[in-house]
Design a protein around this ligand. Structure first.
Ligand code: SF4
Length: 168
C-alpha cells in the first residue's frame, strides 16, 4: 500500500478512522472543517506560484515547497498543535529523503494561532517511521474495523455520524 500524509495523520488520531479511510469509506468531502481548511490555504498563500511549488512524490502531495531553502510548509486550520500534524510533516521530509532530496526541513503553520513550528527529522524519527508504517499496514489490513474510541475528538470528526449512528 502506498502511504499518504493522511494515513500518517489518521494513525495518530484514531485507528478506526485510519481503517475506514483506507478501506474506501470517505466522509471528508461532507465536512465543513475541510472547506474551512481549504479556505485558509487559499487565503494564506495567495501567491504560491512566486515562492512555492507543489510537489508530488509517490503517495504524498506537498502544496507549498520552498525549493530554494528546501523547506516544506504545511498549513493547519487547527487551533491546537497536534502530534498528528508533526508526524505528517516528518513523514513528508522522510519521503523527500528517500527520493534523494536531502537537507529538507519543515514548518508547520497555524494561522489561527499565529504560530509556526519548525520540524526536523532525527534518526530516532526515521526508525519510528518504519514502525509506524508497519503498524499502519497491520491496522488497515485487518478484516475488522477497530472499535469507536469515545473520545472528545469524535465530535469534530467527519465520521461522527457514521460511528455513532446507533446512539441516542
Ligand atoms: S468519530 Fe471517533 S471513533 Fe469514529 S473515526 Fe472519528 S475519531 Fe474515530
Amino acid at each position: 500500500m502506498q502511504l499518504t500524509g493522511t494515513h500518517i495523520n489518521y494513525y495518530f488520531i484514531c485507528s478506526r478512522k485510519l481503517w475506514l479511510f483506507t478501506n474506501g469509506i470517505h466522509m471528508e468531502h461532507t465536512s465543513d472543517l475541510v472547506s474551512e481548511g481549504k479556505l485558509i490555504h487559499e487565503t494564506t498563500y495567495p501567491q504560491r506560484s512566486e515562492k512555492y511549488e507543489e510537489v508530488q512524490i509517490g503517495g504524498i502531495k506537498v502544496d507549498f515547497y520552498d525549493t530554494r531553502n528546501k523547506v516544506i510548509h504545511e498549513i493547519k486550520k487547527s487551533d491546537k498543535i497536534e502530534a498528528a500534524h508533526e508526524w505528517q510533516l516528518k513523514y513528508y521530509i522522510y519521503v523527500f529523503e528517500k527520493a534523494g532530496i536531502k537537507g529538507v526541513s519543515g514548518i508547520l503553520e497555524y494561522p489561527k494561532l499565529r504560530k509556526k513550528e519548525e520540524i526536523l527529522l532525527s534518526d530516532i524519527d526515521r526508525e519510528q517511521i518504519l514502525e509506524i508504517e508497519k503498524e499502519i499496514e497491520e491496522i488497515t489490513g485487518s478484516e475488522t474495523c477497530p472499535d469507536v474510541i469515545n473520545s472528545k475528538i469524535c465530535k469534530r470528526c467527519s465520521y461522527y455520524d457514521f460511528c455513532y449512528a446507533d446512539e441516542d
